[in-house]
Ligand binder design. Sequence first.
Ligand SMILES: [Zn+2]
Length: 397
Amino acid sequence: MLESRLVKRLRAGWVVPVASAPLRDGVVAVEGGRVAWLGPSGEGPAGEDVDLGPGVLLPGFVNAHTHLELSHLAGAVGPAPFVPWVRSLIAARAGETPESVRAAARMAMAAAAASGTAAVGDVSNALLHLEDLSQSRLRAVVFHELIGWDPARAEEALRWSRERLAELAELQGVEVRRAAHAPYSCSPRLLSLMAAAGGPAAIHLAESAAETRFLADGGGEFATFLGERGLGHVVFAGGARSPVEHAEACGILHAGLLIAHGVQTDAADHALLARRGVHVALCPRSNLALGNGLPPLPALLAAGVRLCLGTDSLASSPSLDLLAEAVELHRAFPAVDPAILVRAATAGGAEALGLAYHGRIGPGARAAFAYVAAERPPSEPLAHVLSGASATGLFYD
Ligand SMILES: [Zn+2]
């Protein structure tokens, strides 16, 4: 009797396990914070029935690319062309305090969880909010981000990162991996050193046309920007056909690398990304806000690139609602199968972050879900999920 009371049977109009076909009138039994069973509503273990309604139950979303520490900048850095936006972001961060960073990050974590996100890939320079993250609903992989354009200081940057990560290794509940910011802020030497040390785990890549131009010939807006930052003495002639080829030349395109954006890419880049087993986190709403255009989703899919979704930070995105990113891509590319976008929002992110208990509803998975309400069971559950309705986070752990 006691045991049966510990089991909750979550019933919904549809259950979308992601790893298998959607289940009409499905039940998910949860016990001890994990999924114990799923199947038709008339079957399964006894337990307390929880009728969620006629809507769609999915695994909690995985936001593979965000920056929780920038949440205090919501609304403070206006949409602008990319390089002016980078300038205003740096200026706005000058006024931040640990308290303002942590308070806004905590609110952002709560909002993300409330809209159905269960796990995040969180990029951070300052690592001020790790305790808040470990106490939140979100499971996280934190990417400690290095920036260093002066090659003479590359060893120093890597040494500093090693010491910082060693300090943090003891922290419970949050895994921290080393990442690079971008190919216009990390010198080829720093990227190569990181590659030799096991590779950056993540990097922003192929985001703006200004980045492509800079890596091609060393000129344009990023050359001006680096000059303003006192880095005009660093010799850089470019020479890369594309940002992806620059990353390849620096040796960082290893299996499991997570790149954010991948907007400025072509068929040769896609083939290389697919061959190397690189994960690409698409962040379409941020791309649109910064005037970078949308990622070439059909071409990425056709090449077999591993895709996941991210919101990027509140400095460029209107919210940390991961489902809104899938909805944006569905609107822009209506011919793409909704199942592919739902997979990218869940299992794709879990694979990119190496979170085995996320991104699917199945025995052993974490009992953290997203629920998209409906007035009656929709005839096409995945199309309904992408119709623009919002999701609610449900946590049973
Ligand atoms: Zn980012």
